[in-house]
Design a binder for this molecule. Structure first.
Ligand SMILES: C[S@@+](CC[C@H](N)C(=O)[O-])C[C@H]1O[C@@H](n2cnc3c(N)ncnc32)[C@H](O)[C@@H]1O
Length: 470
């Protein structure tokens, strides 16, 4: 039996879609497609899967595998993401100068689908601030950012209004707002149970507040990309038309390939892009782009000597970890307590400013813990796109050993040394182990470990890895 849609939602959608409504309702009864977005820095090959047409790195899978049992996911090789939301790429490619060093804010970031996507599109000397207001969700965001391994992302845990402390700081802002979730009904029945006309209005008001709270932090001429996973007008083009009118912002439109099936809408000159399940292979989604009025002028540099919150690591410590990343000269090596991190050198001032004004929970790449003369390599280094593998002993694991390692079990790999070992699966680093005599200590982060039991038959579907029996 199919799902029973809330009556007033069905009524409104009939009005919105006209004769297409029947096809829409039928599509909602079908299973949602499964899709992933590849991390090209980690998995550069061409997979044999149909590509999602509005993004260069997204693919449809023929069925939903047990993702938890794929070490490549834990290694940050790809991200499981609904296809429509990858349309964000078009807004960035068509309206942002991606070759330039940009300051980008992803305001409602967790769990990190759009954050990791943006990180793959901007240049390495750009800065991405990935924020999430709910603490527990901010930790998941930091985990996914660490796995992606870009090194130029700062994860913050702030209320949108805190960004008022950074006037005109960002060139681009993505607000993927919390919404009534109409587009998620078929994937998440809970979204349908919580839906009501009243909740739509509350969401619309909250979205307006969020937009006003962060608007100050966008520089004149900067881009605001707004998205939701809902279809009603109140939470979508009405909000953006209201903002554009109030702030005299310029609405922008996107060029679409008609074959994509994306529906372009317009309200008071504001363009919106809607994704319906009967027209695209994806979930419900809406996106709109506006440009803040005015010309940007570089702020005058103050002649006063600056006081920094970040401290550089000592020369000795820097010398010890310097060759752990490729292109070490691109980074500033900072130390907080025992942890040494690498931050892109050109972003040092900006990252310091973020530390002064926001609650930063992760920045750059955590490289090592320094205890006296001893150095312990950290998980983020293993997953960094810039790790210099040549200076570490690496061991390739089979599927079963990789999954046991990710469960934080003891695994044997033979040999007898006293060294850090970088464990890999399919050439992708998973994390560290240390061999002490013939014992192997598993350093995989406890909070990240796989909790599910391993099934009798382990199998990796699709893209070229064979079935393995154990
Ligand atoms: C649609 S989800 C973001 C999904 C994410 N951008 C992605 O692509 O993976 C919206 C996020 O907004 C957060 N949120 C909830 N209330 C908020 C508020 N008042 N201000 C800002 N963010 C809020 C939620 O915790 C949630 O993580």
């Amino acid at each position: 039996m199919g799902m029973e849609l809330p009556q007033s939602f069905a009524q409104r959608m009939k009005g919105q879609l006209g004769p297409d409504y029947t096809r829409f309702e039928e599509a909602l009864q079908r299973p949602a497609p499964t899709s992933i977005r590849l991390n090209r820095k980690k998995l550069p090959g061409q997979p044999n899967m149909p590509r999602i047409p509005w993004t260069e790195t997204g693919y449809y899978l023929p069925e939903r595998p047990q993702f938890t049992l794929d070490p490549r996911l834990h290694a940050g090789g790809y991200y499981v993401q609904e296809a429509s939301s990858m349309f964000l790429e078009q807004a960035l490619r068509q309206h942002a100068d991606l070759g330039q060093p940009l300051h980008v804010l992803d305001l409602c970031g967790a769990p990190g689908g759009k954050t990791t996507h943006i990180a793959s599109l901007i240049s390495p000397d750009s800065l991405l601030v990935a924020n999430e207001v709910i603490r527990s969700r901010a930790s998941i965001l930091a985990e996914n950012v660490t796995k992606w391994g870009s090194g130029n992302v700062v994860v913050t845990n702030n209320d949108p209004r805190d960004f008022g402390r950074l006037p005109e700081f960002f060139d681009v802002m993505v607000v993927d707002a919390p919404c009534s979730g109409e587009g998620m009904f078929r994937k998440d029945p809970q979204a349908m149970n919580e839906w009501s006309d009243e909740n739509v209005n509350l969401c619309a008001q909250r979205q307006q507040r969020i937009l006003m709270d962060v608007w100050e932090a966008l520089r004149p001429g900067g881009l605001l990309i707004y998205s939701t996973c809902t279809w009603n007008l109140a939470e979508n083009e009405q909000n953006i038309a209201w903002l554009a009118d109030q702030e005299n912002a310029q609405p922008l439109s996107l060029t679409l390939d008609p074959a994509w099936g994306v529906e372009a809408t317009s309200l008071n000159g504001v363009s919106g892009y809607r994704f319906y399940p009967h027209q695209v292979q994806g979930e419900g989604f809406f996106l709109s782009v506006i440009r803040k009025a005015g010309e940007y002028e570089d702020p005058q540099q103050s002649s006063k000597k600056k006081k920094y919150k970040l401290t550089l690591a000592g020369k000795k410590e820097q010398a010890m970890v310097n060759n752990w990343l490729v292109e070490p000269d691109r980074f500033a090596w900072v130390q907080y307590g025992e942890v040494i991190s690498a931050i892109p050198e050109n972003l040092f001032e900006e990252v310091d400013q973020l530390y002064q004004n926001l609650y930063v929970i992760y920045a750059g790449t955590e490289i090592a813990e320094a205890k006296g003369k001893k150095l312990k390599p950290l998980q983020a280094l293993a997953l960094s796109q810039y790790i210099n593998k040549a200076v570490f002993r690496t061991e390739e694991l089979n599927l079963e050993s990789a999954l046991r390692y990710l469960r934080k079990e003891d695994i044997g790999i033979g040999g007898n040394s006293n060294n850090w070992i970088l464990l890999q699966f399919g050439g992708l680093p998973l994390g560290w182990a240390k061999q002490v005599g013939n014992r192997l200590n598993n350093y995989y982060p406890k909070e990240w470990r796989i909790r599910m039991e391993l099934p009798q038959v382990l199998e990796l579907k699709g893209w070229g890895i064979k079935k393995l029996e154990r």
